[in-house]
Structure formats: C-alpha cells, structure tokens
Design a protein around this ligand. Structure first.
Ligand SMILES: Cc1cc2nc3c(=O)[nH]c(=O)nc-3n(C[C@H](O)[C@H](O)[C@H](O)COP(=O)(O)OP(=O)(O)OC[C@H]3O[C@@H](n4cnc5c(N)ncnc54)[C@H](O)[C@@H]3O)c2cc1C
Length: 374
C-alpha cells in the first residue's frame, strides 16, 4: 500500500467516473471522487440510457457490441442487487425502416452470420399501422438491446459512493493540482494519480486539450402519453421514442456541435415535436403536451473511440472519457479494462489507449515517475 491518503483521485462522478471508481475499489484500491453535483456537465442525467448493438442508417454492429454490451448488461443487472435499486430493463428496439435503401441493408445484414441474433424481420410495410406507427418502408426488431434509467442509476451510485465515504460533492480546481514525488497533491489530499472523468468539460482540461474531442449537444423531451397501448419496445426511426416509467413518453434526440451548453432550445423542441409525424400516422392520439425538456453535451471524439489511459508524458495524470453517445453502453466494459490495467498491469485495448495519440507537453511539477522531461 502507498503512503498516500488515496490511491487515485477521480474527477467527475458521471457514469464513467462512477463505473471506474467501483472497479478500482473492487480491486482493493482507495479512491476519492470529486463531483460538483453535475453542474458542469449533466450528460449522465439527460441521456436516454439505451444499449443498442446495431446503430445508424446502415445498421452497423459495432465490433465492441459483442463484448461490451453483454458486459454492461450483466454489470447493471449485478449492480441492481448491490445498490438496491431497479434501473435495468431488457427491451427490444422496434425499428421503423427509414428508406428502401435501409430495407436493402437490412436484407444484407439478415444474411450475414455475424449479425445472427441481433436483428429479426423484416415486417412488411403497414404491419404496425393499425397501432398508429408510420411504417411505410416496413420495420424490424433489434434484439439484445436494453435500457437503463439514468436518473435512478445515477442517484443510486451517488448514494453508494457517498455512504462509503468515497464521494466529495465539490468542484475540483485543476489549477490547484500539484505534482509531487511519486504522485499528486490536491489541497493536502495526496494520491498516486488524478484520473479525469469530467465528460465534455475535459475538452478544455489543460492536460488533455491535445485530445481531439468533438462534443455534441443533445436534447430530449418528456411527453404526456395519451395511448395506453404504447408498446414496451423502444421505437426507433432515426430518433427514438419510448415509454418512461413515470407513465409518459421520452423522445430524442438532437445533435448540435456549435452550442455546447445545457440550455433547452426552441429549435430542438420543434425538431423533436415535428418528428412525431414521422413516427405516428396520427401523433395527436399518442403524444400530449411537453412535460419536461432537457439538454446536455455528449463527450464525443473525432475518432468515435473513447480516450483511456495515463498521460504519455506523466503517469500521475490520466483520463477516462470520450464515450460520446454511448457512455452507458460502453463505460462499464472500459472501466473494468482500465482498472485492471491500473491494478494488475493488464494491457489497454489500442482502440482506446491515449498513449497511441500524439500529445502536447504538460507543465506540472516534478516526479520520479515522469517518463520524459516536462
Ligand atoms: C441527449 C443525450 C442522449 C444520450 N443517450 C444515450 C444513450 O441512449 N445510451 C448511452 O449509452 N449514452 C447516451 N448518451 C451519452 C451519455 O450520456 C454520455 O456518454 C455519458 O454521460 C458520458 O459520461 P461521463 O461520465 O464521461 O460524463 P458526464 O455524464 O458528463 O459526467 C461528468 C461529471 O463530471 C463532473 N465534473 C466535470 N469536471 C468537474 C470538476 N472540475 N469538478 C467536479 N466535477 C466535475 C460533471 O459535472 C459531471 O457530473 C446520451 C447523451 C445525451 C446528451
């Protein structure tokens, strides 16, 4: 055991920082997590929380889907028992085909053995029109998908981390972080390293500005549900709409790479409400007034791959971030990988390892751990 007060400081208790903290603690390490009560970034609260193995118009199954999604599903299911809360649901996706081209892509995927079990269909055009869905190009199901309720999960994680003395509800001022021999010092709290899990805010982090973040704001509406017969599936047609546990509907989302703030906008609201026409033959029979409108910024990256690992020039600072639009789907898997890298020296997957990215120099105190001159 080191002479530090903590082994690792984690900055940010979003889904990424929370999952990493749990994994490090499970491996016997002492962790302190700082979070400003999601003031700087609330992506973890605004998210839909869908775990979708086949995405985009071209119905691409991410190579990670085979490992990362089942891992996440198992992890959330286990966490329900550990945290004493119910937030994980296995739910199929009912995808309304968006165009004849997508219908042809679907036919190809259904022939492809690597997609076996992930897709089923196609259902002919009009199959769901009696249930008011606009399925003019047909529809299909995406299987092995699931949904977590972000606010319930995040609250349960926060309660757990607080009750175990790990969480400090405080803003972490990166300018007060000092390099000391063999570690870092933050206002008297010493640790081997500080790991930044601040979501899109880390695009401005002085140590990691060289990483190519491409954040994107997204907005979500909660609507009154007028039709009690709405299916259990998550309904998808470029955007998505689903039942929420409170009895209403949730639908989203939008993409905006210019206005990186958490202010709900009129433009996104009308874009989403306009989309109801694409989902339903008669939207007025299904969706009533807007109950809630939220916005947040996704920590997307130019390569669409996460950023994981220690700084190439200084192993007293690290990052676990860049989960873009898939933080709930991917962060459990990468948290296990990173924790085992830290505690057991296991290698990181090159697809996420930031040491494979060219970096800028940092200026940061002295340490015998420094790998090259700062
Ligand atoms: C509209 C929308 C829909 C989405 N839908 C899905 C989905 O269906 N499925 C899915 O898997 N993902 C989805 N996502 C993406 C998901 O929300 C993100 O990938 C995920 O939240 C990123 O987690 P994070 O922990 O890295 O960052 P965040 O969730 O942003 O958390 C970072 C935390 O760090 C805190 N913080 C930052 N800096 C400091 C500091 N200096 N001091 C103290 N605290 C600090 C922030 O306040 C925040 O609490 C969606 C996102 C949006 C916006």
């Amino acid at each position: 055991m080191s002479g530090h007060v903590a082994d690792y400081i984690i900055v940010g208790q979003g889904i990424a920082g929370s999952m990493l903290a749990l994994e490090l603690v499970n491996l016997g390490l002492r962790v302190v997590v700082f979070d400003d009560s999601h003031r700087l970034s609330g992506a973890c609260l605004a998210a839909a929380g869908v775990l979708n193995p086949v995405t985009g118009k071209r119905l691409v199954r991410s190579p990670l889907a085979r490992e990362a999604l089942p891992f996440a599903a198992q992890r959330y299911s286990d966490l329900e028992s550990q945290l004493g809360a119910k937030f994980f649901h296995r739910r199929r996706i009912l995808a309304l085909t968006v165009s004849p081209e997508q219908g042809r892509e679907l036919d190809e995927r259904l022939e492809d053995s690597s997609y076996e079990g992930f897709l089923s269909g196609p259902n002919p055009p009009g199959f769901f029109s009696s249930r008011n869905f606009r399925d003019e190009f047909g529809s299909f199901f995406i299987n092995r998908s699931a949904w977590v309720e972000p606010p319930v999960l995040m609250e349960a994680l926060e309660r757990h981390l607080e009750s175990t003395g790990i969480l400090r509800r405080q803003y972490f001022d990166v300018r007060a972080l000092k390099g000391v021999l063999g570690g870092v010092d933050y206002c008297g709290l010493t640790a081997r390293a500080a790991i930044f899990c601040g979501g899109f805010i880390d695009a401005q982090n002085p140590f990691f500005k060289w990483l190519n973040f491409r954040p994107a704001k997204g907005e979500i509406l909660s609507l009154e549900l007028l039709d009690g017969d709405f299916p259990d599936e998550i309904v998808h047609k470029t955007k998505w709409i689903m039942r929420s546990p409170g009895g209403g509907l949730r639908m989203g989302s939008t993409w905006d790479r210019i206005h990186l703030d958490s202010q709900p906008t009129e433009a996104a609201r009308s874009e989403l409400l306009g989309w109801l026409e694409k989902f339903f033959v008669n939207p007025k029979l299904v969706a009533g007034g807007v109950l809630c409108h939220t916005a947040a910024v996704r920590p997307c990256t130019a390569t669409t791959r996460p950023f994981v690992g220690f700084h190439p020039l200084d192993d007293r600072i690290a990052i676990f971030n860049g989960f873009g639009s898939k933080g709930f789907a991917l962060s459990p898997y990468f948290a296990r990988m990173f924790a085992e890298h830290i505690a057991l020296g296991r290698p990181l997957d090159p697809i996420c390892d930031i040491r494979r990215t060219k970096c800028a120099r940092v200026s940061f105190g002295s340490s015998k751990n420094v790998k090259s001159v700062l």
